[in-house]
Unconditional design. Structure first.
Length: 109
């Protein structure tokens, strides 16, 4: 003989326990793309890279470029690992094609 279940999944005798499960989506780790200063890459080229690959305005790009020039390193943006890695590779390849030693790295935030 089988018991009939109420529509709420209990046996109707009050002994049922309602469980609520929550699925939490873990936020992915974020990575900073860092630009490193060198003594050879022209400032205008660096500004162009920041505009092209990081979507910076001319003013933002100039500010970041000057920070990199003065401090030796600066943050271009913060992204998921895959996006950060892609941007580092794009900048490195573009710089090499234009015969500049400009380098970017990534660092976990």
């Amino acid at each position: 003989m089988s018991e009939e279940k109420d529509t709420d999944g209990t046996n109707g005798d009050g002994s049922g326990v309602a469980l609520q499960t929550r699925t939490r989506t873990k936020k992915p780790a974020m990575y900073k793309v860092l630009m490193l200063n060198d003594d050879y890459t022209p400032m205008e080229f660096v500004v162009h890279v920041l505009e092209r690959f990081f979507g910076k305005s001319r003013q933002e790009a100039t500010t970041i470029m000057m920070h990199v020039h003065r401090r030796g390193v600066g943050v271009c943006g913060v992204y998921t690992y895959e996006v950060a890695e892609t941007k580092v590779n794009q900048v490195t390849e573009f710089a090499r094609r234009n015969q500049h030693p400009l380098r970017c790295t990534l660092e976990k935030e």
